[in-house]
Ligand binder design. Structure first.
Ligand SMILES: [Zn+2]
Length: 230
């Protein structure tokens, strides 16, 4: 985990229960640090005392079963979920870098579920950015730590453990309503979101969904829809 990322990470247990303004940040306890990357240690929440381990540079946000049950009351309202990975990694990374104009971007770039496998490729194309890749169990074992990439594993479905307006750009796979709403929340003003792998038949629905979450569609392409946070 890039050490400075701790400033924008928040507790997934407390986030749904507090307003942004009253939400406390996570405290990083560093075991092993290498080139500004926390390789081992944990993140602790001062409010609820949850602990999230950092192993091999990746933060694991898996919740204890009781906490996960607390949160399961609200089901996602649409069902277009990512499945598997999306196209060859090098090609997808080039597409994402182009759609999000990453050659000129600095800051955090979020990769949603199913896109994490191209994080290293994308990091090479966007050397000024830190790639923050969500990693699910379906993606297999977490890759070893690498420069320019931070992996967050087992984040709760439909909720991002990130502060509002903390991310420069994001790419997600599929057009799930709750995922788009969360991406819109964490994007900075003028930040760009790329929606990949949505079916052409849903284009109209996706565009109206983007608009209702405060995003302005700027590119509508069969390979991806890009919207800018207003
Ligand atoms: Zn907490």
């Amino acid at each position: 985990m890039f050490i400075e990322l701790a400033e924008v990470l928040v507790c997934p247990v407390c986030r749904p229960r507090h307003d942004e303004g009253t939400l406390q940040g996570l405290v990083a306890v560093v075991g092993e640090l290498r080139d500004r990357k926390v390789i081992g240690g944990w993140l602790g929440c001062p409010a609820c005392e949850a602990r999230f381990p950092i192993r091999d540079g990746a933060v694991c946000f898996a919740l204890a079963p009781s906490e996960a049950r607390d949160r399961s009351g609200r089901e996602p309202s649409t069902t277009e979920s990512p499945s598997g990975s999306f196209g060859p990694q090098a090609e997808t990374a080039l597409l994402v870098a182009a759609l999000l104009s990453l050659h000129e971007a600095a800051g955090y770039v979020l990769l949603g579920r199913g896109l994490g496998a191209m994080a290293e490729e994308l990091s090479r194309l966007a050397p000024a950015s830190e790639i923050v890749a969500l990693w699910g169990r379906e993606d297999g074992p977490v890759s070893p730590p690498s420069a320019g990439v931070t992996r967050l594993s087992d984040t709760p479905a439909g909720s991002l453990p990130l502060r509002a307006a903390s991310i420069t750009a994001a790419a997600i796979l599929g057009a799930r309503e709750d995922v788009i709403a969360e991406a819109a929340r964490v994007l900075r003003p003028a930040g760009r979101l790329a929606v990949l792998g949505s079916s052409p038949a849903r284009e109209g629905a996706v565009l109206s969904l983007l608009r209702t979450t405060g995003l302005d569609p700027v590119v509508v392409d069969p390979r991806g829809i890009v919207a800018r946070r207003v």
